[in-house]
Design a protein around this ligand. Structure first.
Ligand code: GDP
Length: 547
C-alpha cells in the first residue's frame, strides 16, 4: 500500500530473495531429528506408534517393525526378518508436531544388533531412551548410550510401563546415574504404580495429570489437576498423595533440577514417567523433544564446520539398505542433509568420486509407498537410489570439498571364514562381499596371503543376513566357518617402509578391508599386544571413520 511508483521487477526479486534467505534458517529451526534407544521389549515399537499418532501425515522410510500393525509389508524384504519377526533394518519416519518437522530414526533393537545401529546414531541430533521401569537399565541400553556419548548426544528418558508393578522410581534414577553415568533430572514423577498408578506429577509445572487406562486417541487429553496441595487430590487418593509429597521432597533434595545447558551438553537427561501402551506421558516427551532438544547443529566436515542454515546443500550417507521393497530391487542410500536446501532434480557433487550427479528420483517414504521428495533441509533424511556408486560415509555438496566425519566403523568382535560350495561361483562371492562390505552390512577382510576371506561383525545376526543375501541376490551358497581370528585393528603409520615390512612378514594376518584399509587380524589378545610391542612405528586403531 504505497503511493510511490516502484520498480516491480526489482522489488519482486528482492522480496523473493529475502524470503529465501530467511527460509532455510526457519526450516532448520523447526526440525528435530532423533532416534529411540532401548533394550528389546522396553516398548520402543509401541512408543513409536503412539508418537506417529500425533501427526496426520506419517512418512515412513522402511517401517517400524509392524508386529501388531499391518505395516510389516515394507520391511519383510528379507526372509530372515520374517522368520524372526524382527526388523533387521532401521528406518526413518517424518511427521509434524506443533509446527515442527520431526524426523524419527529407528534403530534395530534386537540383541544381535549390527553396526547399522551405531551409524544411525551418527545421523541424529538427540535420542529418546526408553527404559522398562520394571527392569531398569539393561544391556543394550548401556551399549547404545555409549555410542550416544561419543557425540555428546542429548538424551531424553522415558520410564515406561508404569501401569505395571515397577521398581522404586528413586532407585531407577540411581541406577541410570550410576550405570549410565548421566545425571537425571526428573520432570514428571509417578503417583503409585501398577493397579494403583494414578498419574504423574509435573515437577516444573506443579500439576498432576491423572492416569486413565486404554487411552488410545492421539489427542485424548488426560485430566489435569493444578497444584500438589489441591484438596481434590487428597479426596481422590489420600494415601498416594501423601506418599507423593514425601517423594517429591526427597526428589527435590536428592536429584538434579532440569538444566537446558547440561541437557544439550549430553551430561543430564530429563526423565519422564508414563505408559506408552496407554499413550500416557507420550505427548510430554514429544513436547520435551520439540521444546528442549536441539535443532540440527553444525557438523565437522574436516576442512571446516558446516552450519545447517548455510544456503548451499550438503549431506552425507550414513546407511545403505538393499531391497527394502521387493518391487524395487535396488539399494537406497540414506543421506542426512547437513546444510542448505535439497530440491528435487538438483545437481550435486559426489565428492569421493568427484562427479556430478543429478538427484531426480530421490525418495522418502509415505506410509508404505515411496514418495518423491520435493525439498528437504538440514536434519531431514532423503533416500538416494544407489546403483553401487555410493558408500557409507560419502559426502555430497554443491561443489565444495567437504568430508563429513564421525561415521564410525568398529573393530568387529566376531569373525567367520567364508567358503563356497560351488568353486565356480568364486567371482560372484567376491562381488557380493565387496558390495555388502561397501554397504556396511558386514566387514570383509582379504588377507594378503591365502585365498579365504574373513568376515567381521559386531552382532551374530549380521552373518545370517549376509548368508541370506549372498544366496538371494548373488546366487552364492556360502558356508561360514569359525575363524581363528579374535580381534582386528586398523593399522596406520607415516613410515611407509614399516608398513611394507609388516605386510611382508605377517601376510597371513595382514588384510585389507572393503574400502582398501590395512588391518591386522589378531588370533588372541596376547598376539595383538605382542604385535603392537614389536611394531612401535605402527598405530593400531579399534575404530576407523569412513574416509
Ligand atoms: P520393543 O521391543 O522395545 O519395540 O517393545 P514393544 O513396543 O514391542 O513392547 C514390548 C511389550 O511390552 C509388548 O507386549 C507391549 O504391548 C508391552 N508394552 C509396551 N508399553 C507398555 C506399557 O506402557 N505398559 C504395559 N503394561 N505394557 C507395555
Amino acid at each position: 500500500d504505497t503511493d510511490f511508483p516502484t520498480d516491480d521487477s526489482a522489488a519482486g526479486a528482492d522480496t523473493a530473495a529475502s524470503r529465501q534467505a530467511g527460509q532455510i534458517p526457519r526450516e532448520v529451526a523447526r526440525r528435530r531429528t532423533f532416534g529411540i534407544i532401548s533394550h528389546p521389549d522396553a516398548g520402543k515399537t509401541t512408543l513409536t506408534e503412539k508418537l506417529l499418532l500425533f501427526s496426520g501425515a506419517i512418512q515412513l522410510a522402511g517401517t517400524v517393525k509392524g508386529r501388531k500393525s499391518g505395516r510389516h509389508a515394507t520391511s519383510d524384504w528379507m526372509d530372515i526378518e520374517k522368520q524372526r519377526g524382527i526388523s533387521v533394518a532401521s528406518s526413518v519416519m517424518q511427521f509434524e508436531f506443533r509446527d515442527h518437522v520431526v524426523n524419527l530414526l529407528d534403530t534395530p533393537g534386537h540383541q544381535d544388533f549390527s553396526e547399522d545401529t551405531y551409524r544411525v546414531l551418527t545421523a541424529v541430533d538427540s535420542a529418546l531412551m526408553v527404559i522398562d521401569a520394571a527392569k531398569g537399565v539393561e544391556e543394550q541400553t548401556i551399549k547404545l548410550l555409549d555410542v550416544c556419548r561419543m557425540r555428546a548426544t542429548p538424551i531424553v528418558t522415558f520410564m515406561n510401563k508404569m501401569d505395571r508393578e515397577t521398581r522404586d522410581p528413586l532407585e531407577l534414577l540411581d541406577e541410570v546415574e550410576s550405570v549410565l553415568k548421566i545425571e537425571c533430572a526428573p520432570v514428571t514423577w509417578p503417583i503409585g504404580m501398577g493397579k494403583n498408578f494414578r498419574g504423574v506429577y509435573h515437577l516444573l509445572k506443579d500439576e498432576i495429570m491423572l492416569f486413565k487406562a486404554g487411552e488410545e486417541k492421539a489427542d485424548g487429553a488426560f485430566e489435569i489437576v493444578k497444584g500438589i496441595d489441591n484438596p481434590k487430590l487428597a479426596a481422590m487418593f489420600p494415601l498416594e498423595i501423601e506418599q507423593l509429597k514425601m517423594e517429591v521432597e526427597l526428589v527435590h533434595g536428592a536429584s538434579h533440577v532440569f538444566d537446558l545447558e547440561r541437557f544439550l551438553a549430553g551430561v543430564q537427561t530429563p526423565v519422564f514417567f508414563g505408559s506408552a501402551i496407554n499413550n500416557f506421558g507420550v505427548r510430554e516427551i514429544l513436547s520435551a523433544l520439540v521444546d528442549w532438544a536441539p535443532a540440527p547443529r553444525e557438523r565437522d566436515a574436516t576442512v571446516r564446520d558446516v552450519k545447517p542454515e548455510e544456503p548451499k546443500f550438503s549431506g552425507f550417507v550414513f546407511k545403505i539398505q538393499a531391497n527394502m521393497d521387493p518391487a524395487h530391487r535396488d539399494r537406497i542410500a540414506f543421506l542426512r542433509v547437513c546444510s542448505g536446501r535439497f530440491e528435487k532434480g538438483m545437481k550435486v557433487k559426489h565428492l569421493r568420486l568427484g562427479r556430478d550427479v543429478k538427484l531426480s528420483s530421490v525418495v522418502t517414504f509415505m506410509a508404505s509407498s515411496r514418495e518423491q521428495v520435493e525439498e528437504a533441509y538440514a536434519g531431514d533424511i532423503i533416500g538416494l537410489p544407489n546403483h553401487g556408486n555410493m558408500q557409507i560415509g560419502d559426502s555430497f555438496s554443491e561443489g565444495e570439498m567437504l568430508t563429513f566425519t564421525g561415521i564410525p566403523y568398529f573393530a568387529p568382535d566376531l569373525f567367520r571364514t567364508v567358503r563356497i560350495r560351488n568353486p565356480l561361483k568364486v567371482k560372484q562371492l567376491h562381488k557380493g562381499l565387496q558390495q555388502l562390505g561397501e554397504e556396511g552390512a558386514v566387514q570383509v577382510f582379504k588377507p594378503v596371503l591365502g585365498s579365504d576371506l574373513i568376515l567381521g561383525a559386531v552382532g551374530v545376526l549380521q552373518f545370517e543376513v549376509v548368508a541370506s543375501r549372498l544366496l538371494n541376490e548373488y546366487g552364492v551358497d556360502a558356508v561360514f566357518e569359525s575363524s581363528s581370528i579374535s580381534s582386528a585393528r586398523w593399522v596406520s603409520s607415516d613410515d611407509k617402509k614399516a608398513l611394507g615390512d609388516f605386510e611382508n612378514q605377517l601376510g597371513h594376518q595382514v588384510a585389507y578391508d572393503a574400502a582398501g584399509n590395512m588391518a591386522f587380524l589378531a588370533t588372541s589378545g596376547v598376539n595383538l599386544r605382542l604385535t603392537q610391542e614389536r611394531w612401535p612405528k605402527l598405530t593400531f586403531h579399534a575404530t576407523r571413520e569412513h574416509a
